[in-house]
Design a protein around this ligand. Structure first.
Ligand SMILES: [Zn+2]
Length: 123
């Protein structure tokens, strides 16, 4: 009677341990994903800070030379300069490692070139 009881309890514990073990596995997976997210976001943050710093500094330190390439008196009302500038900004952003495609816009590129971005740049 006593013995049987003990075996039953051991079996119970065994199944509980199995359950806990699988739960532990799930938690480990979640932690792993969080760490990866954290790493990716840190990189992204670092890159964005660099970009931000570069965007802000020229205006502060060399206001007169910040516009290095003044287009020879742009024609009034032609939106072409703005479009060109926007394109340059996007191209630069892409080369700094960010997505500019509408699929992943603003996210850090972690796997080399992005076909969506490239097709966008080649338009
Ligand atoms: Zn992309």
């Amino acid at each position: 009677m006593e013995k049987k009881n003990i075996f039953m309890r051991i079996q119970e514990m065994e199944s509980q341990l199995g359950h806990m073990n699988s739960e532990l596995g799930e938690l480990k997976q979640i932690v792993k994903e969080l760490l990866e997210d954290n790493h990716r976001l840190s990189l992204e943050n670092e890159q964005l800070r660099k970009v931000l710093k570069r965007e802000v500094q020229p205006a502060d330190h060399k206001p007169s030379t910040s516009r290095k390439q003044p287009s020879p008196i742009p024609m009034q009302g032609s939106g072409e300069d703005l479009v060109g500038e926007g394109y340059d900004n996007l191209a630069r952003l892409y080369h700094e490692g960010f997505h500019i495609c509408n699929v992943y816009y603003g996210h850090l590129r972690t796997e080399g070139d992005c076909l969506f971005c490239l097709s966008f740049l080649n338009k």
